[in-house]
Design a protein around this ligand. Structure first.
Ligand code: NAP
Length: 238
């Protein structure tokens, strides 16, 4: 049974990815930061699912957890770097603290997790890393400069790392969601959502399950010749 680690797995997209990978036959590690109850609930509901605390800004905790997984269950076969935060602010209102936190969670967290998982992937000459970027990392989002910069960084990291690890059997790809109906959208009013839907060619928000399906493809054997790519799940918005 292959092992899949998902960060931020108690959230909207993360939980859908956990459900999908579990139903695809993976042993799933549902990593949470603050949402312990939701993670434990998910862990109890899904087959072969383990919940574990993981703050992606803490490299020591990441290394310790990944080493424990490898010791107890074998190599990490699939890593889904999904944990993320968002914030809407005018560029001129972004503080040093806002900037540093955004980069720490959304970009440094991806770097630390990739680094901690890669050793065992390279040793077994097999691995699938899927990083959740964002459409705003591709196009730039107004009032989300720090978020857009971090998510663009994730795309750069993905493309560069994919080249380095290709001969080692490790693929590295991004899923780049557009506007997905999750708790991350809670700061937006119903009127904001309606206005967004008018912009989206498909006329609606995406679902976490639709995003998870793209992740599952990249995690699968079927995607064996796909690396360094950015797979948009955005209803035609980009
Ligand atoms: P969400 O429901 O808010 O989930 C985000 C998860 O990230 C939370 O469950 C949270 O964990 C976790 N997280 C935050 N800080 C963390 C930290 N320091 N360490 C570990 N985990 C941390 O939002 P979502 O929409 O599912 O977002 C999932 C990913 O998709 C994010 O990377 C987001 O940027 C990306 N995305 C979302 C959209 C969208 O429209 N929703 C669009 C493009 C990209 P806890 O709850 O355990 O604290």
């Amino acid at each position: 049974m292959k092992n899949a680690v998902i960060t931020g797995a108690a959230g909207g997209i993360g939980a859908a990815v956990a459900e999908k990978l579990s139903s695809d036959g993976f042993r799933v590690f549902v990593c949470y930061n603050t949402s312990k109850e939701r993670a434990l609930h998910l862990g109890a509901e899904l087959l072969c699912c383990h919940a574990a605390h993981l703050d992606v800004t803490n490299p020591r905790e990441i290394e310790a957890l990944f080493a424990r997984i490898e010791r107890e269950y074998g190599a990490i076969d699939v890593l889904v770097n999904n944990a993320g935060i968002a914030q809407q602010k005018l560029f001129t209102d972004i503080t040093d603290e806002d900037w540093e936190k955004m980069i720490a969670v959304n970009l440094s967290g991806v770097f630390y997790c990739c680094r901690a998982a890669l050793g065992s992937m390279i040793r077994q000459k097999y691995g699938r890393i899927i990083n959740i970027s964002s459409m705003w990392g591709q196009s730039g989002g107004s009032c989300e400069v720090h978020y857009s910069a971090a998510k663009a960084g994730v795309i750069g990291l993905t493309k560069a790392l994919a080249k380095e690890t290709a001969l080692s059997g490790v693929t590295v790809n991004c899923v780049s969601p557009g506007v997905i109906d999750t708790p991350m959208m809670s700061p937006f009013s119903a009127a904001d959502i309606d206005a967004l839907c008018e912009e989206i060619p498909m006329g609606r928000l995406g679902t976490p399950a639709e995003t998870a399906a793209a992740v599952a493809f990249l995690a699968s054997e079927t995607a064996s010749y796909v690396t360094g790519q950015v797979l948009g799940v955005n209803g035609g918005l980009l």
